[in-house]
Each structure stands twice: as C-alpha cells, then as structure tokens.
Design a protein around this ligand. Structure first.
Ligand code: ADP
Ligand code: ZN
Length: 733
C-alpha cells in the first residue's frame, strides 16, 4: 500500500461519457502528455473507458473530499485525436447545467464516434517504379499512363484505365509499379464560395449584406431571417455560408428533417460545386468516423445536420444556421432534454460566431427576442419572381359536410377535379399516418387500445395490423371484437392518410397517386425518389402527413387541401395554436410556387372563426402572434415567463403516484413561482410506465435551475421511480 503513494505524475480530472454527476480524478503518468480536452483511456471498475481531460472546477472542495493520492488510478493512454476545444467543453458544461443533466451524459453526445479517436489508417496504393520499362503491353501502357506520377489504389487504376485487376497485379509482379502509402485525401472537398451564386434581388441583397457583416465581424450575434416561403431565404443564408468559407471558418446548418432534405442538398451542390458534410442518425459508422474526424481537423468546411450536429468538434465555427427554427423537431425529448435552436445560440456565443434563425413563421420566442432587440431582424416580404402567394380559404364543414363515411367536402372535390383537368398537381394533407386512428366495436363499444400506453391503436390496413404510434406495439387486426367476440363488428373511426387515399382512388381512379408518410417514405432515397416523381409529373395527387410540409419545391403543384385543419388544436397545450398555424402555413406554402400559377389552399374546418384559421386566411401571422403574446404575457407564460416540467414515472403505478405527491408536497414556493400539479400525464401510461407531471412556472427574471435543484434535493425519490426534468418544455404529454 505504502509504495503506491509515491507514484509520479500529476492529478487530472477526466469526464467520462456516462451519466455521472462529475468528473473523476486520475493520475497522469509523466510519460503521457495530455492537457484539458485530450481524449484519454482510463480504468473504470473492471473495464476501460474513454474520457476527456476536464478543466479544474471553479470552486474546488468536493463535499466528499478529494480521493486520496494513493488510491488514484492511472490514465492508460492518450488517444491520437485533436483535443476537444475549450469552447465545446464549455458547451457541455453549459448544457448540463441548463438542462440539469449529468455533464457526462452531455459529453456522450459530443463523443458520438469513439472510433474517430483512433489514428486514421493510411490507405495503400501503387506508384510507378522509376525507370522500369520492360514487358509493357498495350493494357499496361494505358494503366501506366493513367497512373502518371500519382499514387492510386489498384481498383482506381483498373477503373480509370479500363483494365482488369489482373493487369494491375501483373504490373506489380514484373516490377512496373510498387506499393506506396497515399496521402489521405480530404474527406470533403471545399465548397467554392463563388461557384454559382444567384443574382440576389435588392431586398435579398440587403438581407444578405446584413448576414455577411455578421460573419465578417467574427463576433457573436443572432439574426432572425424571416420571409414567406419562396422568398429566397435559403439563397440568402447560403450567401452567408459563402462568406464564412471566405473567412476560412466552418459553417454549420441545422435542418429539422435532414433525411428528407435531398432537394436542399442538390441545390447546395449546384451553388457551391461540392456537397456539404452530413450528420444525422442514419449514417453508417464508417461515415460517422470519417465525418467526425474531418470536422475535428477542420476539414469539413460546411456541415449540414440534425440537432446532434451541434455537439461536433468544430475547431473554428464561424456561422450556425437554424433553418425552420420554429420546428419542434429541434427539441430532443429523451436522454438529455434540450432544444437545439436555443443551444445553437449558446454555442454561437461561445464560439464568437454568427447565428441565423430562419423561418417563414418564426416562434413567438424568437420574435419576442427580436422585438426586444436581443436579435437582429431581417425580412424578405416577397416571393421570388413575384410569384403570387397562395389564396387561402376556409371550407366550413358544417355548411359543406362530406358524404357519410367520407372525409372530403364537395367544394374540395370540385377543386381537385378542376386542378387535375388543367393538368396540374394537387396535394391533400392530413397529419395522421395509417388508415384510421381508432377502431371501435359496433356491438359493445370496445375501443382497441395499446396495452403499454394511454393511446388508441391505429389501423394500418395495408399491413392488416393495429399499431401504437407511441411504443411501436403492433398486433394483427382481429376479425372479431376481443371484448364481446362479435365477428365483423369492428369499425374504423376517423381518417388517416391511407383512408384518404382510398377515398381519392374511388373519386379519381385515373389520377396517379402517391402517399407520403414516414412509413411509405422511410429514408433519404425514398424521399428523393418521391420528389423526383412529383417534379417530373409522374404523380397527379399527393396525399401526405407533415413530411410533405418540409421545404419541398414542387413547381407544378397548385392546390393544397387540408383535410382536418382543426386536428392540431385539439391537444390544447400552450402552443397548440401557434404550432397549427406554423404547420398549416408551411403546408400552404407548397402550393403555386412557380411564377404565374397562383396556388389555392382549402382548409377543411369546423371552426372557421378560430384565430388560427382567420390568421391563415388573412395572411396575418404577425397579427396572430401579437394576439398570442397578449394572451400569454399576463400569466407569465413563455416567452414572458419560464417553465420547467417534472415527469415522474414508474412501472409501479403506486410508486409513481406517491413520488409525484411527495414532489408536490416539497414544491417550492415564493413570489413569482407557481407549481401546477401533480396530475396524471395526458399520456398516463407510456411504454409500460405510469406517468405524472408537475409544472414549475416562474417569472422571467428568475432562474429555474437552482429552484429545481433545491426541490429535487428535498424530495425522496425511490429507486424504482424516474424523474425527468424538462426545462422549457415543448410537449406536454
Ligand atoms: P425560401 O427558402 O424562402 O423558401 P428559396 O431560397 O428556396 O426560398 O427560393 C425559392 C426559389 O426561388 C428557389 O428555387 C430559389 O432557387 C429561387 N430563387 C430565390 N431567389 C433567387 C434569385 N435571386 N435568383 C434566382 N433564383 C432565386
Ligand atoms: Zn403503446
């Protein structure tokens, strides 16, 4: 024991990518060189873990006292990878503190490709042996000419020279070529800022100049770029990306649905002559490794990604774009619960970078920040080429009821008929997958419900199955009611896109139809193919869920019918109106994007007098947001106050309820603070866990984190109960 206390080396802190409360102490042996940010291998229990050398705490004095010198374990190795920059380490700490997550859980998001920490293996190829000229055949001559003075892999020589691999091997055996290590090619070619820029219109140029200046200043600043769909927002922010490239800094573009963004990607390539690097959950592990490493080494000048891209190791980030900033897809709802739009602003501040939030329908949060002067605000009020905005009308379902058992009202059917007769395309939007959201027994009234969730099972008729959209539970659609046993008594209630497609196939049997939903368009390839078919007019009628709302550009589409415009309003949460308005506006924006053909949008609704419908019809988003603000401000609802939710869950219903009640009893009190609940969550059962919710509301000047920390410290949470903290909640289920 005594001998080990005199080991050499210094004490360092290492943060591990595990849900631990803090960094652990280790000894760095003198023969290893590592500083803050170095990636290291350390022993942990009986195994080896990766970690990052972390900064010394600002106020040392661990309550449990530092671990004794003699018990310190040694760092095993330092990984051959660029150290994690101080800015990213600060972001990890910041996000952890803000979301009340263990720092290691946040670090894990920044270490999303552990294999990228290894030295990339050099690739071997072949080069010409100087002076060797014997036994040259025509094939070999061609191959040697192709090779020239380069080093190329054998397969590449064979392909480019049009010879077989046998020829290449033969050349090696007679000594015409010899193996050589290739310089590692840049994984991502540099996009060229001036490859094919558009001629920006006056108002676009003004907006672009404002963003450019933000990039040139190399200082933190946030700008809201607001403009109707088709006004050229993308062209304008790509101009800022070009400026960032000229500055030699990296640019990050966050898109809410990267897998559906094929049109965006080909447009980028046309504009810059090279594709951007990509980051999302569907990448192969090899692509992840190469991309992560390229980012860390500064070799990925522009990266386009989903929210997780925010935690990539950019050494010199100059610009972050958040496109469709209002999208709820930017909120991560499990693990570390964070909002990528808000954390993008934080990262930009840490990096002294420009941040641009882009939307046709910005969130009330962002608009308020702009109005109060925290964000700059540039607008593009007109569509490019003066294309008219679509004419939006509400279609009152009380006056124009669909036929019994049908969902399309006569005026909508008529509009589709006319559109198709003109040879144009129409789209029917319904934000519901499957055939019917509810299956009911006509005889006994039994409703088919998920065994694990408080949710009806959704019928997917094509697969003859019922499916839970929360937990993925599926079962074959029964022939007889599971409750009363009556055969052929189960009936579908309400429509999903499959049912609309069925109705349309009877109404317009000649029309070529395409259903776009996450189950029919599972990935980027399918999305690209669907977009191609629509663009090339192989499709007359598109029936889709919210995936059709995403930034598509369909030049021949002139009619959009919204089957159930009231759908999103039912939930009644804080932002139900705002979100419905944003979604429907975005769907409406798909209509009539080509100059000359004005689009028409029909909203089927039972409440045409609802503020959301009035705002859409009058094209008055600003007025709608003013009314929203006037409603939220007095009660200190966001963005005029702060919210944090506690979600208490357990497999044991009584444990969950008791823990929620105890948390309710320990609730903080004080001026400017209010606690709502506990109450059973709307999704009272989810994936087999019983759930209760509490909501902390605080006035704007208060910080909720210390209040939450105190609160959680006062309550006794049994081991079988989980309490999730959701700061700035977006969903309330
Ligand atoms: P938004 O992002 O606001 O929806 P986009 O940037 O996608 O708008 O522009 C809509 C369409 O108009 C795109 O096809 C785009 O390439 C084109 N466009 C916009 N501005 C210009 C311009 N100045 N010159 C040429 N084409 C433009
Ligand atoms: Zn379920």
């Amino acid at each position: 024991m005594a001998t080990s206390s005199r080991k050499a080396g210094r004490r360092i802190r290492v943060l591990l990518p595990l849900p631990l409360e803090s960094a652990y102490d280790y000894r760095l042996p003198p023969e290893l060189a590592a500083g803050p940010g170095s990636f290291v291998e350390v022993p942990l229990g009986g195994r080896v873990s990766l970690g990052v050398v972390w900064d010394a705490p600002e106020n040392p004095g661990d309550p449990s006292g530092p671990i004794a010198e003699s018990r310190l374990r040694e760092v095993i190795a330092v990984k051959p990878a660029p150290a994690m920059h101080a800015n990213l380490r600060k972001l990890v700490d910041w996000v952890a503190a803000y979301t009340l997550s263990p720092p290691g859980a946040v670090l894990r998001m920044a270490m999303s490709s552990p294999s990228a920490l290894e030295e990339p293996t050099a690739v071997s190829g072949w080069r010409r042996v100087a002076g060797a000229e014997s036994r040259i055949t025509p094939d070999r001559a061609r191959a040697l000419e192709t090779l020239g003075s380069h080093i190329l892999p054998g397969t590449e020589i064979a392909r480019a020279a049009g010879v077989s691999m046998g020829v290449v091997r033969g050349m090696a055996s007679v000594g015409l070529i010899e193996p050589a290590l290739m310089a590692r090619a840049a994984a991502f070619p540099r996009p060229i800022p001036d490859f094919a820029p558009p001629d920006l219109r006056d108002e676009q140029q003004l907006a672009a100049n404002a963003l450019r200046e933000g990039v040139i200043s190399r200082a933190f600043g946030v700008t809201l770029l607001e403009g109707v769909t088709g006004s050229g927002k993308t062209e304008v922010y790509l101009d800022a990306v070009a400026q960032c490239l000229r500055e030699g800094r990296q640019a990050l573009v966050l898109l809410p649905e990267i897998a559906l963004s094929t049109q965006w990607l080909s447009r980028f390539e046309r504009r810059f002559g090279a594709p951007p690097a990509l980051w999302h959950s569907e990448l192969s592990s090899r692509t992840r490794r190469v991309t992560w490493r390229a980012v860390a080494e500064g070799d990925a000048p522009v990266l386009v990604g989903a929210r997780s891209a925010l935690f990539l190791p950019f050494p010199d980030l100059g610009l972050i774009i958040v496109d469709e900033e209002h999208e709820t897809a930017f909120k991560q709802e499990d693990g570390v619960i964070y909002h990528a739009r808000d954390m993008a602003v934080v990262r930009a501040r840490l990096e002294a970078a420009a941040c641009v939030l882009v939307s046709a329908t910005p969130s009330l949060e962002t608009v308020t920040n702009a109005q109060e002067g925290r964000y700059a605000h540039v607008t593009l009020p007109n569509r490019h080429h003066g294309a008219a905005l679509p004419r939006i009308a509400a279609l009152d379902l009380r006056q124009h009821p669909p036929e019994r058992g049908r969902f399309l009202a006569p005026p909508l059917i008529e509009a589709v008929t006319e559109t198709l007769a003109r040879g144009e395309q129409a789209m029917l939007f319904l934000n519901r997958r499957g055939y019917a959201p509810l299956t009911l027994c006509r005889t006994c009234g039994h409703r088919m419900q998920c065994p694990n969730c408080t949710a009806w099972l959704v019928e997917h008729r094509a697969q003859r199955r019922l499916q839970c959209h929360h937990c993925g539970h599926t079962e074959p659609t029964p022939l007889a009611c599971v409750e009363c046993g009556t055969e052929h008594s189960l009936v579908p209630i309400g429509p999903g896109v499959e049912r609309i497609q069925e109705e349309v196939s009877e109404l317009f049997p000649e029309a070529r139809r395409l259903v776009m939903a996450s189950d029919t368009i599972p990935g980027p390839a399918a999305a690209a193919e669907a977009a191609r078919r629509i663009e090339e007019r192989e499709v007359d009628l598109v029936i889709g869920t919210q995936i059709v709302a995403k930034g598509w550009h369909f030049p021949h589409l002139t009619l959009v019918g919204v089957v159930d415009a009231d759908l999103g309003l039912a939930g009644g949460d804080l932002r139900a109106g705002e979100r419905t308005m944003q979604l429907l506006h975005q769907v409406a924006g798909r209509a009539g994007r080509e100059g000359g053909t004005p689009g028409t949008v029909l909203l089927q609704t039972f409440s045409p007098e609802h503020p959301v419908m009035l705002a859409l019809v009058a094209d008055d988003m600003a007025g709608f947001l003013r009314a929203e603000a006037a409603q939220r401000a007095p009660g200190h609802w966001p963005p005029f106050g702060r919210l944090a939710a506690l979600i208490v869950s357990s497999e044991d219903p009584r444990s969950a309820e008791r823990a929620a009640r105890d948390l309710g009893l320990a609730a903080p009190a004080g001026s400017g603070i209010q606690v709502l609940g506990p109450a059973p969550a709307p999704l009272a059962l989810l994936r087999g866990r019983h759930r209760h919710r509490l909501l902390l509301k605080a006035e704007r000047g208060l910080r909720v984190q210390p209040i939450l920390e105190d609160w959680l410290a006062r309550a006794q949470i049994p081991r079988d109960v989980r309490v999730q903290v959701d700061v700035d909640p977006v969903g309330f289920l």
